[in-house]
Design a protein around this ligand. Structure first.
Ligand code: UN1
Length: 508
């Protein structure tokens, strides 16, 4: 157990000052920004409601009229400067993420690195917003597609990636010509204020961007609902629970707005007979216990071949028993706090339910003596299940890894795919047939399927997202940018006649 005496509040306030967040952001009442590390309240922030949200959209709409006219490579220059400012702020912003979201220092820094990476990616992309030229059936015609800016983009983010998820959306939106209106999690408003201050510096160096290009609304349900309902916002990218997505998705569909939904995951790994157990063990430990089990890509289900079960599971149980839990600022800590009491209660409830189904639970429970009364540190739990049922079928946002046995590969795939979520997945095997089948059309049904690495910790270069109850959205790399633009098909006649398509004649 690792403890540190320093006040998270004082450290966070000093960082906010260094990053240029003005005191005027704080109030004596309002939303309480709390550190899960110590349980302290760091500051109170005034909350925006529907009126403030509409005002932010007003500004974003005006910004859009200007920004869409700026050439895309020039828009890329703004994102390049943002990347530079993030590099300069990396240590401070990373530590702020640690203080406000509770992830260990190297993961806090990693999250900022992810922001820098997507900025670099977007800068290159700002010169590659390609459309196709398509063969037409008519002589002396040319058909092509062009990609145009879409409009103000609403971005709703979760506490667990309080800065990176904004950047995956914002870096692409900016180069695509779209303003961004950000509603961060109520649990992590300070990181959002810091990112906004950093972005302001990039805007200043750029020589000014239209007011309203990046808007921040710190608020609760009312602000979020106003953003989702606003007709002037053609795209909302929302990260959070499947329950949240079930509310947001239909609202957007009703007004024909686009949705990028990044919802729950119930990610699994298959450990096959030929798996290299040392690699599997380390990958499983990071994927299941890292970020205290609070990534949407966290490994939650382990499907182990019966021939390796007795070699792997006791070793894993030992790792679970010895893992360094503690203040995430302390070197050597691997598992920090849960975000709040509700997360801890959810974990306890799931473990009790598993026990009632006959599971053997290694670990679990609150670890006392770290942080204050309001800080919730839990020992990660490894849960040997008699079968895949009960809490194993749903996402509990806590470090619980359920384990079941399998005998045939078909059985493993069936178990793997028979949950609601479809975000990320992996298999540990040296058998190339198994590996290929796992990533094939008849294998994993997830948006991400890996071989010999865990399901979490994706790079930004690939499209990120998942199927089924995960919502179907894709963000970050590959061609995810297309969701932030509208496509126009243009047919141009440079001839002297007017042939109609499909051979239709219409002589007037
Ligand atoms: C999330 O948990 O919301 O693949 C995103 C990963 C990270 C992103 C996780 N790059 O684990």
């Amino acid at each position: 157990v690792h403890t540190a005496a320093a006040s998270a509040r004082e450290e966070a306030l000093a960082i906010l000052k260094r990053l240029g967040v003005s005191d005027t952001a704080f109030a004596s009442t309002g939303l309480a920004a709390r550190s899960p590390v110590t349980g302290e309240i760091i500051a109170h922030i005034r909350e925006a409601g529907a009126a403030e949200t509409r005002a932010a959209v007003d500004r974003a709409e005006k910004a859009f009229a200007e920004w869409r006219r700026v050439p895309a490579p020039r828009r890329g220059e703004f994102v390049r400067l943002l990347g530079e400012e993030l590099r300069a702020a990396k240590e401070d912003l990373g530590l702020l993420v640690t203080l406000e979201a509770g992830k260990i220092v190297s993961e806090g820094l990693g999250e900022v690195q992810e922001m820098i990476d997507i900025c670099d990616f977007a800068v290159g992309l700002s010169r590659q917003l390609y459309g196709l030229t398509i063969a037409t059936e008519r002589p002396h015609h040319r058909m092509m597609e062009t990609w145009h800016p879409l409009g103000p983009v609403g971005v709703i983010t979760a506490f667990n990636f309080p800065v990176a998820v904004w950047s995956w959306n914002a870096a692409l939106a900016f180069i695509c010509g779209d303003p961004v209106i950000w509603k961060p999690s109520e649990k992590t408003p300070l990181a959002a204020l810091a990112v906004t201050a950093i972005t302001e510096r990039a805007a200043k160096r750029f020589g000014g961007v239209p007011e309203g290009l990046f808007e921040l609304i710190i608020g609760g349900r009312e602000a979020g609902e106003a953003l989702v309902a606003d007709e002037r916002v053609p795209l909302v990218s929302a990260t959070g629970s499947t329950a949240m997505g079930r509310k947001v998705g239909p609202k957007l569909a009703e007004r024909f707005a686009r949705a990028i939904l990044e919802l729950g995951g119930n990610n699994a790994a298959v450990v096959a007979p030929s798996a290299v157990l040392d690699i599997a063990l380390r990958a499983i430990a990071f994927a299941a216990m890292g970020t205290a089990g609070q990534r949407c890509t966290t490994l939650r289900r382990l499907i182990v071949h019966s021939s390796v079960y007795d070699k792997l599971v006791p070793r894993l149980a030992k790792v679970y028993g010895n893992v360094a839990i503690g203040d995430p600022r302390v070197k050597g800590t691997l598992v920090g706090p849960l975000i709040d009491k509700a997360a801890f209660d959810g974990m306890e409830k799931a473990l009790a339910e598993a026990k009632s189904l006959g599971a053997t639970v290694h670990g679990g429970g609150r670890v006392a003596g770290i942080g204050g009364e309001e800080a919730y540190y839990a020992r990660p739990a490894l849960v040997e299940m008699p079968g895949q049922s009960g809490p194993m079928l749903r996402e509990t946002f806590a470090p619980i890894l359920y384990v079941v046995k399998y005998d045939t590969f078909e059985e493993a795939i069936a178990l793997h795919n028979s949950v609601g979520a479809g975000l990320s997945s992996s298999i540990f095997t040296l058998d190339m047939r198994e590996a290929e089948r796992f990533v094939s059309a008849e294998g994993s049904d997830c948006g991400i399927a890996n071989v010999n690495i865990g399901p979490s910790g994706a790079e930004i270069g690939g499209a990120f997202g998942g199927e089924k109850e995960t919502g179907g959205g894709r963000e970050a790399g590959s061609d995810a940018w297309k969701a932030y633009m509208r496509r126009a098909t243009n047919t141009i006649n440079y001839g002297t006649a007017l042939p109609l398509a499909q051979g239709v004649t219409f002589d007037v």
